[in-house]
Design a protein around this ligand. Structure first.
Ligand code: GTS
Length: 216
């Protein structure tokens, strides 16, 4: 059986948890705080990041959420989470949406840790730059959601694009509850609410974590 190294707030790990659930692939959840020196991620991922999917041999590992999803799609094509290979443009568009959703998460994480610095060490221009990326990414996602009136973002069924965007929205609700994205982009909010009805989303709701070690 697979083991997934995950963290309670991680939108990237949630993508993989949702994909495994949607594909009915059983796995052991190993919840960690990747920022603490107790994390096992360095044993499997030279980049020391989760999510990490540890394979059945207990040693081999797949990491980087978008690559894990690509790996799962290639190895377990039943319950596909991408349009068929004949629909090349839709497949590529789904991955493009995942790039934007993951990129917004990346910018949120960078802003989160910059804001954690002591005031005299914090770079406000750096935070402003990250939040510009967040707003630009959300604008693009909001437009794509608007085009589908809050339905699935690519085609007429769940895809990696929906999983990535839904995980981002859940992360914003968990870590940035005062952010006004849901009011600014009602179709994106409708899309997220639709996804949160699925057991795979209900069973993977994010929650904050406590970091023990000093990070910045
Ligand atoms: N691009 C990576 C990002 C993964 C990532 O940043 N993971 C964080 C945890 S979380 O932000 O997802 O909660 C991590 O392990 N960080 C530890 C580190 O960067 O040393 C992915 O998509 O998997």
């Amino acid at each position: 059986m697979f083991t997934l190294i995950s963290a309670t707030p991680s939108p990237y790990a949630r993508k993989v948890r949702i994909a495994l659930a949607e594909k009915n692939l059983p796995f052991t959840l190993q919840t960690e705080v990747p920022w603490d020196n107790t994390t096992k991620t360095p044993q499997y991922n030279p980049l020391e990041k989760l999510p990490v999917l540890i394979l059945e041999d207990g040693k081999s590992a797949v990491y980087e959420s978008s690559y894990i999803l690509e790996w799962l799609e290639a190895k377990y094509p039943d319950t596909p989470l991408l349009p068929s290979h004949t629909q090349v443009d839709d497949r590529l568009f789904a991955r493009k949406i995942e790039v934007v959703a993951d990129g917004v998460c990346d910018a949120l994480v960078l802003a989160f840790f910059e804001n954690m610095r002591e005031p005299e060490k914090k770079s406000q221009p750096w935070v402003d730059r990250q939040m510009r990326k967040v707003e630009g990414g959300l604008r693009a996602l909001g437009e794509w959601a608007e085009q589908k009136q809050g339905g699935y973002l690519v085609g007429d069924r769940l895809s990696l694009a929906d999983i990535a965007v839904g995980s981002l929205c859940g992360y914003l609700a968990c870590r940035w509850p005062s952010h006004g994205w849901a009011d600014t982009y009602p179709a994106l909010k409708k899309h997220w609410q639709m996804l949160e009805e699925r057991p795979s989303f209900q069973d993977t709701r994010p929650s904050p974590q406590t970091m023990k070690d000093k990070i910045v």
